[in-house]
Design a protein around this ligand. Sequence first.
Ligand code: IPE
Ligand code: IPE
Ligand code: MG
Length: 255
Amino acid sequence: MLAVSNKVATEKEERPNGIPQHVAVIMDGNGRWAKQRSLPRHAGHRSGVSAVRRTVEHAAKRGVAVLTLFAFSSENWRRPQDEVGRLMKLFLEALQREVDELHRNNVRLRFIGARQQLNEGLLAKIDAAEARTSANTGLILNIAVAYGGRWDIVEAARELAGMVANNEISIADIDEDRFAAALALSGLPDPDLLIRTGGEQRISNFLLWHLAYSELWFCDRLWPDFGPAEFDQAIAFFAQRQRRYGHTGDQVGAA
Ligand code: IPE
Ligand code: IPE
Ligand code: MG
């Protein structure tokens, strides 16, 4: 994997040559990938880990500064216990196996989601990986586990309400910037590009607040088959978009 040093630019700063600063990915289709091969669903998840590795390497190579991967949603707890158990075990093993190399490549790892819902063993590994890579200055890799966009917003509301109750801030102090700062991806720019594999064109409770102005790219390819070619297709799509944020096309063109 390439060592990269991508400073997170300010919101107004444009990245060169149409590369999105922050890419978010809904990694969907592991189960169907396995089913097509008459394999158990967990074989699809296992194969999905290789796609994660490829994607992290390629995103870094392309100069993406922040990559946020949806690994397990707040609703995925509803799956059969056996599948959930195997997924948690897989996260633990992948973390154990990959963290050295991620660290060597200057990647900063962050987990977002309801940590208290995870088992102690996994949580300890997550805490250790975050602490170990916290001073790294390359790609910021956020893994969303037990994450839901609604959960995130409710947590932020709870935190801000607590601050008001403690007279740390007033109600009038709550604006969009303060709200965003109370969310799990605090301090990072919103995703410029959202990729979803697996053919579904929905958000499935991912980053509800942050995707307000993201460009959305969907592909039929199942997650274990996702690789650099598909990533580059998504980047090429992104490079063709005119981001207007409510302005007219002429206004943006003249800027
Ligand atoms: C995505 O693949 C991985 C997780 C949600 C954990 P799926 O497991 O949802 O795969 P499909 O959608 O059933 O094919
Ligand atoms: C979204 O995929 C969550 C992850 C990829 C982690 P799902 O497979 O859970 O989404 P739905 O249920 O089809 O909307
Ligand atoms: Mg799915």
